[in-house]
Ligand binder design. Sequence first.
Ligand code: ADP
Ligand code: MG
Length: 455
Amino acid sequence: MSAINWGQIKETIKTGVGHSNYSNWFEPINFLSVEDGIARLQVPSKFIGDYVSKNFGDFLLHHLSTQDQNIQRLSFELAASKKTLATPTIKENEPALSQRVSRKTMDGDIPGAPLDPRFTFENFVVGKPNELAYAAAKRVAEAGPVTFNPLFLYGGVGLGKTHLMHSISWELHQNRPELNVIYLSAEQFMYQFVRALREKKMIDFKELFRTVDVLMIDDVQFIAGKESTQEEFFHTFNALVDQNKQIIITADQAPGEIRDLGDRITSRLQSGLVVDLHPTTYELRLGILQKKLDLQRVTYPSLEIDNDVLEFLAARISTNVRVLEGALTRLIAFASLVNRNVTLELAQDCLADTLRNSERRVSVEDIQRKVADHYNIKLSDMIGPKRSRSIARPRQIAMFLSKELTSRSLPEIGKRFGGRDHTTVIHGVKRIEGLKNQDDQIAEDLKILQRSLDA
Ligand code: ADP
Ligand code: MG
């Protein structure tokens, strides 16, 4: 017999995680038993089990083991089926296709790829760069009448495309459990297609993908140039659109920019709503850090991180949210090991490598080259004396981007533009700042240039 006083543990947890977390996630959990060092807990849904295991696993384990030191692991079991849930961090082996076809969403299993329980709308921070994408994702998650098909989300690495897709899936799963929702990366789509070919199960394959209500394919650029996968994707796509089923696609570029995708698919992909996620701003990055910190507080209730540390991270790590998050996680782990509050000095020490690697490596010269290419002018004209509009404007754009994307000072930038004075640079930067808001063409050019320089 185990000496677990579950009621008492729940009380402790309640003070640790706050009322709303407690009533959402812990209130519905029943303690079953301890067997061979495994604490068995009963949860009402797979969603709750996954969520608690992922976000509060360590926390819960810690509290249970204070009462029973033999406890090494947790096991979450569904109330009805007594089925043990796989921890979401461990990927299940891909079940055979025929099993997948018959597998229903009844007990909370979502066919397709595993979903990350942290990737919910609630945990997604909305800011200027992603508000449209967020709104569109929310809309399709309502599963009302299909108004745009497909929804095509694109943007650079780590901007939250996968996070939004998983959020849609979770939301649909909660509100419309009867719907058959499939989320897959384009790579997995190909993998399943190839396996179906090999195992002569194409009928099953077609059946599976043509009976879904909502199909999500992540990173579709992956199938570019893969002729027969593309062909099959095209047919699946058309069949679903014909039945008015919602399709959601992501990619790292706009449909028209993905090479080797074929005109038919490109124009199909453009036929719905195309929304891009812009590179993050400082404010958005700060917001994301605060959110992630709040989520971590659940595991480390007494965690203190000075706000200037977050500001420092948001300013210094600007290329990729994933790297930003990694830095925060590392910092928290470090702080909890040494049992100290996280100060700016500690952060600088602990993250020296990360910070070095995420220094923007783009140089003024890179920018000049890209801009000259884009406007089809000679690189030498960037630094030369010509003042005609067709040369001066691209030069100002390059100055503007140099100020935005490098850490060079204005005089340093001027020097690299043929020894120009820093007031000339200021003038150029101001000019483009103004035009950016008035001239759509310039705004578009800047966007393209910025994206290609970020890569
Ligand atoms: P993508 O698929 O666009 O490459 P992901 O969706 O995998 O990017 O996001 C990378 C990481 O950054 C994830 O951990 C995700 O939660 C986080 N992230 C990105 N944007 C946001 C946001 N707006 N709010 C909260 N987290 C975000
Ligand atoms: Mg992704």
